[in-house]
Write a protein that binds this ligand. Structure first.
Ligand code: ATP
Ligand code: MG
Length: 426
């Protein structure tokens, strides 16, 4: 029996990968416009990093992390999210010294042992961005605007929901109000929420259970418990979003699944992915850098889920086609094959996506192959044409053919052919 991929781990095949590349390129381009620099961080980290940042009583740390002992017995974890590793690197390399406000982004796989379903995998990919060093509400609006711009340039429409989770000052009052509310509904809670009620009450609002969600519609609102500073900050955030013409809705029940958030949180939502409605999410995490042993600088960030973005692109008919050859060389006979081998290389050097059939099958067979590969042009090298130092260039779409004279200066010949092909892209 053949070995299959793990459940929740997916191959991204040719034909799918092009859409991923397009998403990544668009995001990189936009992140750069906003002054972000890329950082690459390891996939494996010490388990304590995530326990200390995401929080012990979160779903991620309690039941979703891929944690194991390595050969020396050290507890390691496959990163479930990107913020903690980026912040660890920021602290470790003292990046605050170089720039008082650091803008960093990273792209890569994350791992969570969840129940796999459409748009929910165990290995998934995030594009994430962090701004470290400013607590100003302008930055909150700016990162939301950046995330929204990525989606807009991809041709996707999503809605933005925002909330404020307050700070250490206002959270206890809200927690108490929530605990009181939950006590009144204790008999109707799911097992998870019953447990969260004791360990981390805020987490109940993130429950995916329909019955729980229905009840929480009447739960107290965090926005009514914000301290003066947090209230003002949230007002500023909304004002700044308005200044940038970013539409949003306030959703006071949005809490996010990680403990480190404070003040602003946000989600980018779609109606087209069933239960997996969030394509991206983020928020402010002032205090987290200090908690990880770094300077006391505020921070804000977000992550976009690549799988969900790719699904949305597919859903909206925006998938990119599989990349194709510009030109296929059909060579007939041994002499032609040898010359084609050199010619293909010259064409590639000139910047064309060129390919050939090294087996030298029949012309009919090779033309079929060129069609299957989606080549825009075919260059036919038959013995008879070669004896006259000629090849035939066939436009696969219009089926027009022309004779081309070969030259001993292959590189300038290839450059000329590239011009012809670029004039007639099919
Ligand atoms: P959800 O509520 O859907 O579980 P989350 O709150 O756990 O999402 P974050 O940790 O904030 O999500 O991650 C940000 C984004 O990463 C999500 O909006 C989503 O697009 C993507 N994401 C999170 N978990 C997964 C997963 N298991 N599979 C695919 N994408 C995911
Ligand atoms: Mg989750």
């Amino acid at each position: 029996m053949s070995v299959k991929a793990l459940k929740g781990f997916k191959d991204i095949l040719p034909g799918e990968v092009e859409t991923w590349q397009r998403i990544e390129q668009t995001a990189r381009d936009i992140f750069q416009r906003f002054g972000f620099n890329e950082i690459k961080v390891p996939i494996l980290e010490k388990t304590t990093l995530f326990k200390r940042s995401i929080g012990e009583a979160t779903d991620i740390v309690e039941k979703e992390m891929y944690t194991f002992a390595d050969r020396n017995g050290a507890s390691l974890t496959m990163r479930p999210e990107g913020t903690a590793p980026v912040l660890r690197a920021y602290v470790e390399h003292g990046l605050q010294v170089k720039k008082p406000v650091q803008r960093l982004y990273t792209i890569g796989p994350m791992f969570r042992h969840e129940r796999p379903q459409k748009g929910r995998l165990r290995q998934f990919h995030q594009l994430s961005a962090e701004v470290l060093g400013s607590g100003l509400a302008m930055l909150d609006a700016e990162v939301m605007a950046m995330a929204a711009l990525v989606l807009r340039e991809l041709g996707l429409t999503v809605s933005l929901e925002i909330n404020s989770l307050g700070c250490r000052k206002c959270r206890p009052g809200f927690n108490q109000a929530l605990v009181d509310f939950l006590a009144q509904h204790a008999d109707k809670l799911c097992n998870d929420c019953e447990r969260r009620r004791q360990t981390n009450p805020l987490r109940v609002l993130d429950c995916k259970n329909e019955h729980c969600r229905e009840q929480y519609k009447n739960s107290p609102s965090i926005l009514e418990h914000l301290c003066k500073d947090c209230r003002e900050h949230f007002t500023e955030v909304r004002k700044n979003l308005d200044l940038l013409n970013i539409d949003y809705k306030v959703n006071s029940f949005m809490v996010r699944g990680l403990d480190y958030y404070c003040r602003t949180t946000f989600e980018l939502l779609t109606d087209n992915l069933g239960a997996q409605s969030a394509v991206g999410a983020g928020g402010r995490y002032d205090g987290l850098v200090k908690q990880l042993g770094g300077p006391d600088v505020p921070g804000i960030g977000f992550a976009l889920g690549l799988e969900r973005l790719a699904l949305l692109m597919e859903h909206q008919g925006l998938s990119s086609p599989e990349s194709k050859a510009d030109i296929f060389i059909a060579a007939l006979g041994e002499e032609a094959l040898n010359r084609a081998f050199i010619l293909v290389h010259a064409l590639r050097n000139a910047g064309l996506a060129a390919t050939m059939d090294h087996q030298g099958r029949s012309l009919k067979n090779q033309m079929k192959q060129a069609g299957r590969m989606g080549a825009s042009f075919t260059l036919i090298m038959g013995e008879e044409e070669l004896s006259r130092n000629k090849v035939i260039l066939r436009d696969m779409a219009s089926r027009e053919q022309q004779d081309l004279e070969l030259s001993t200066d292959l590189s300038s010949w290839a450059a000329d052919l590239k011009k012809i092909i670029n004039q007639n892209p099919s």
